[in-house]
Write a protein that binds this ligand. Structure first.
Ligand SMILES: Nc1nc2c(ncn2[C@@H]2O[C@H](COP(=O)(O)OP(=O)(O)O)[C@@H](O)[C@H]2O)c(=O)[nH]1
Ligand SMILES: [Mg+2]
Length: 256
């Protein structure tokens, strides 16, 4: 039985695995299956229950004698696609947590990016989210990234496998080419641990995420980092779009 907890214990080295992806992709569900109990709140498909980063601890790490003295920290995160908050507002607490963990000497065990395979279209928001993710992690961490497909029970295997192949051939190609892997999460503990094992077997915990390197080692401010610049420009474009829409609406009202 895996010991899951949301409380920190002292004197152990941390191996952090950030769990990222859009709202409703199943991040909290996945983490709860890793630890075997509800340590982090599950939402519905469209509303995020996770409003700030929440670490869930696995201590000891089962089946990895080489990792004695370490504990696993699964970092549950809010999706970068909130209806009311900008990416900058969502990202700030996540990157602050990650920077702080690097200052405390925590290692990155890998990164998970969850993708709901039942979603038919890979629209511009989904594309934007994936770009935010790659800018956050940087090229060096792509080799310890697993793209996790979820919600396999919500459709036929044929349909979902062909969608997964399309994702691999198009949007995920750069990640796969730099060493990232794709795995299916089958909504049980064994499947969740297969994915965690893929990361822990990699045993390359030295590279930090790009954003950690830039904030901590490079002493940058958030808006100077690659992900900070990207999310700020996305937020500005969205605001421009909203303003133009408002302008058009006002003009239309005058004519009326
Ligand atoms: N059928 C199915 N439902 C899932 C799966 N993962 C998550 N869900 C459901 O999707 C909703 C959102 O899940 P949640 O874990 O809160 O997503 P998060 O916003 O990414 O943390 C919940 O109703 C879950 O029960 C999965 O693999 N299969
Ligand atoms: Mg959640």
């Amino acid at each position: 039985m895996v010991q899951g907890s949301s409380k920190a214990s002292k004197n152990l080295k941390d191996i952090v695995i950030p769990v990222l992806g859009p709202t409703g992709s199943g991040k909290s569900t996945f983490i709860n299956h890793v630890v075997g109990s509800e340590q982090t709140k599950v939402g519905n498909r469209t509303t995020s229950c996770t409003t700030k980063p929440k670490p869930v601890y696995v201590d000891p790490i089962p089946d990895f004698p080489a990792l004695k003295g370490y504990r696993l920290v699964l970092l549950d995160t809010p999706g970068f696609d909130d209806t009311y908050k900008s990416d900058v507002e969502i990202l700030k607490p996540i990157v602050a947590w990650l920077a702080d963990s690097r200052r405390r000497g925590a290692l990155i065990g890998g990164v998970l990016y969850l993708h709901d395979i039942s979603v038919k279209r890979f629209n511009s928001t989904a594309c934007q989210n994936l770009r935010t993710f790659t800018h956050l992690c940087g090229d060096d961490c792509m080799k310890k990234t697993v793209l996790v497909t979820t919600n396999w029970g919500l459709g036929t295997n044929d349909e979902f496998h062909s969608r997964e192949s399309e994702m691999k051939a198009k949007h995920w190609t750069p990640i796969i080419q730099t060493g990232g892997e794709v795995r299916s999460f089958l909504r049980n503990q064994e499947s969740a641990w297969d994915i965690i094992t893929t990361l822990l077997q990699c045993a390359d915990f030295q590279d930090p995420l790009l954003v950690q390197q830039q904030l901590v080692d490079g002493r940058m401010g958030f808006l100077e980092t690659k992900v900070g610049r990207h999310s700020d420009s996305v937020a500005k474009k969205q605001e421009d779009k909203r303003n133009k829409l408002e302008e058009t609406k006002n003009r239309f009202c005058v004519v009326q």
